[in-house]
Write a protein that binds this ligand. Sequence first.
Ligand code: MN
Length: 416
Amino acid sequence: MLDPARPAVLQLPPPGERLPLARTLLLLVLAAAAAGCNGVVPFAELDDVAEPTILEKDAPVAGLSGGIGRSALFAVELPPGAMALTVRLGAGTSPTNDADLYVRAGEPPTPEQFDCRSANIGLSESCTVIAPTQGRYFVRVIGATAFADAELSATYRVRAPRDPSIPPGASVSVHVALGLPDGSKATMPNADHFLSVKPQYVVSYNAARKVANWASWELNSSYLGSVMRAEDFRPDDTLPPQLAQATNDDYLGSGFDRGHLCPSADRTRNAADNSATFYLSNMIPQSANNNRGPWGNFEIYERQLVRGGSQLFVVAGGVFEPGGRTVGSGVAVPTSTFKVVVVLPAGATSPGAVETTTRVIALLVPNDDTLVNVDDDWRKFRVSPREIEARTGLDFLGDVPVEIQDALETRVDDAR
Ligand code: MN
């Protein structure tokens, strides 16, 4: 405890040097604890404004000034379909100016509670929250030093309207009955979005990456039998020959598994079905801990849902970021793998069966053995479907009314 007779000394960082987070928090705690005796005001009372100033999209607020530990509160109102909010703080008149940004959904952020924080040196701050839900987001600017003449701005993206040229998924295959995730076409030239409709699943193939953009399939008990794994990994001989494909050699010694999108164990009623899952067009270079850990355990959980009487629609694929690595002859390695599973009652196969109470489980698993342990619970990788839409540009549940999509896609599943 602090001795009230000896007020805490708050040491400021030298110009241009940033305090480590732990020391910053300690100073704030000391400041709050000392407030009663030496006039330092606790953080919660530091707002320069009682009510937040509303930030309009792409309309900067200029001329912000403050002192060390002083904060000002702003808010942004996001419309339905919002996908990503970016807040920026810049400019300022002195090289020693330094303020930091905190953003939080629904409630004012504190240094301990925020959805995103930017604490760079100076006034060059940017904070992005992927896939926000609609409604109010609060933004707090806190002075790390005295600062003057800063400029704050907010921008956001909203879900793009559905491409009207995308046909209803049910007219293409039952495996995409809730909607095609993008405008992939089963004709050339669509080398980077080639739609391959198979009896067992549908895949959007990308010849530049030599892996799928996504695979989609239905899963119900009729697909589950007892045939052995075919293990006949091979290039997909149903794709147009001019599309470049991976070979088994590309994966050999790469350090990555040939990871199924549509799992072998989801197609076990006959040998032909199982063999079709071993096309390399259904594989991604997948980290072993991911594939054999949470990813594989979630696949087991999905089949448990099916045996319990559910009909599933599944979309899976990789998230690819600029500058991502490749293996072999240029097979792209996703930075994360995603899966979106819609859980319907047995027999329900139409978009009309999807309601605002429908369970949707979305997973985003880092594709990196240093970020995933083989015994990690898959549940810790759950995100909102909208976050995966924001990261991939895909549109899940595209044939379901947008109001229902907005309700389902902004939730994170939390059932056991
Ligand atoms: Mn959608």
